[in-house]
Write a protein that binds this ligand. Sequence first.
Ligand code: 5RP
Length: 229
Amino acid sequence: MTTSTPLTQDELKTLVGQAALQYVVRGEIVGVGTGSTVNKFIDALAGIKGDIKGAVSSSVASTERLKALGIPVFDANEVDSLAVYIDGADEIDGNGHMVKGGGAALTREKIVAALAARFVCIADESKLVAALGAFPLPVEVIPMATQQITRRFAAMGGKATVRLKEGQPLVTDNGQHILDVTGLSIADPLAFESEINQWPGVVTVGVFAHQKASVCLLGTAQGVNTVTY
Ligand code: 5RP
């Protein structure tokens, strides 16, 4: 009898990063997200770089990785639309609604996702949840609005904390700050996203319900599970 060692989380990320290649439309520009899972996808994408025009990237970090691997990076303003956007998630529910922004790139991720006909989410199975809300919700904010937004979250039972980097507020690629909010119950992701996004000073809330996933490639012990929404 043979016993196999379970795949590590890192190996599951590699698996789904490679599986995402099948969704990349040859001859076109692909939308690329941000994070450790997307890094695996970018590494795999380098293997077919001759077959694509290039990428639109959702962060400085992904842009640097793409360019280092010789993949041309286009500005989002240079494209009218994309066939596909590939990105990770911090949480994804049974409807393809996600929480994103653990890597602080949520605003650019939403912008690139909005250009794409299809959002392919790549994630290991730990990201699958029955309902969004356990992962601290990232919200990109204009710094002068931090305290009033914190009070608004408190009024709905949430505790917002400014994300720090080396003891100072983390500054996003857009020059803004991130609040991480715990204690929320996100029963209706579409309504929640719409409501928070219209608060003055909110740049982007990390609920992706309007730009939800069309497909999720979930890395499991049994291999890649493809879920379509
Ligand atoms: C970055 C994101 C990432 O997609 C999310 O944090 C998942 O990252 P990882 O693949 O490293 O788990 O939203 O802003």
